[in-house]
Unconditional design. Structure first.
Length: 297
């Protein structure tokens, strides 16, 4: 089977998950959490994804975290920008400049964390239409990237297409690449759940999906892969992540992309739902240790 065509050395897979960053340990705590899952990659938000409140870089405990990461074999750090940034919103101009300013600061924080990739949701046009939203997003990216010297790539995430989301298909992302002034500063975060929910068939047409992406954007532009199953059928445009092998995508296609040698140097990051303890309805148990082991094996 295709899923059996794995890398020769599974321990070389760059595989991890989203981890937290809080308390007195901050980034050091993030690295220790990733280590506890058996990961060699991690993804963090520099603060809560729903707001722009951030601690100064000096308080993130970065040096201790990076030193521990080297010791623990953590090879890749990915940073995710908060959802509150919406450069595609042309309806409320008062949200645009603060979003531009914050994204510029996030690039600096990302570089300080030893990462060269900042994942960004392209945003929502909030009713103005995709063309207007894309144009506004490009204005914002141009403003940020014109002054940026961080060396960090902005990785536009593939989206499920709910509401007015930009990036609901490969064509929209390709349009952003074509029109932005510094496309060399862009990359893509390929989210399996989002791609499935947007309508791409990773189950029965895996190679066809990748061929289409390669034609429009280039597989070499994928800098991060979010590995998530989906609670919803293909084309639902709903964006609800499921645990590995428990959704409409299933284990085999997800294992296939994790082990695809074309992405051997690309960090794969799990964002799957936490589980409940037996008899409880509260999701308190991270699934990442088990899922990382499952995908490696």
């Amino acid at each position: 089977m295709a899923a059996e065509k794995a890398c020769k050395d599974c321990h070389e897979l760059i595989l991890g998950s989203h981890v937290g960053m809080s308390g007195k340990d901050m980034f050091l705590g993030s690295v220790k959490e990733a280590e506890s899952y058996g990961a060699n990659a991690l993804m963090v938000y520099t603060g809560a994804p729903q707001n722009t409140r951030r601690k100064p870089i000096a308080e993130l405990n970065i040096d201790a975290g990076l030193a521990y990461a080297k010791q623990a074999g953590i090879r890749e750090v990915v940073v995710h920008a908060p959802y509150i940034i919406n450069l595609a919103n042309s309806v409320k101009p008062e949200t645009f400049e603060p979003g531009v300013e914050f994204l510029a600061k996030e690039l600096v924080r990302t570089a300080a964390l030893g990462s060269d990739v900042l994942v960004l949701h392209p945003g929502s046009h909030v009713g103005s239409g995709a063309e207007a939203g894309i144009a506004k997003l490009i204005d914002g990216l141009d403003e940020v990237l014109a002054q940026d010297e961080s060396g960090v790539f902005v990785a536009l995430e593939t989206m499920a297409g709910k509401g007015g989301e930009i990036g609901r298909d490969f064509e929209e992302i390709a349009t952003i690449y074509e029109r932005v002034k510094r496309p060399e500063c862009l990359r893509v975060c390929f989210d399996t759940c989002h791609v499935n929910d947007a309508g791409c068939d990773l189950v029965d047409d895996y190679e066809g999906v990748l061929a289409r992406f390669d034609e429009l954007i280039g597989l070499d532009q994928i800098a991060v892969i979010h590995v998530n199953d989906s609670m919803n059928p293909r084309g639902s445009h709903k964006d609800r992540h499921a645990n590995i092998g428990e959704g409409s995508i299933g284990f085999e296609p997800l294992c296939r992309i994790v082990h695809d040698e074309r992405f051997s140097k690309v960090p794969k990051i799990l964002e799957t739902p936490w589980r409940c303890e037996e008899g409880s309805t509260k999701k308190t148990l991270p699934p990442y240790k088990e899922e990382i082991a499952l995908l490696r094996g």
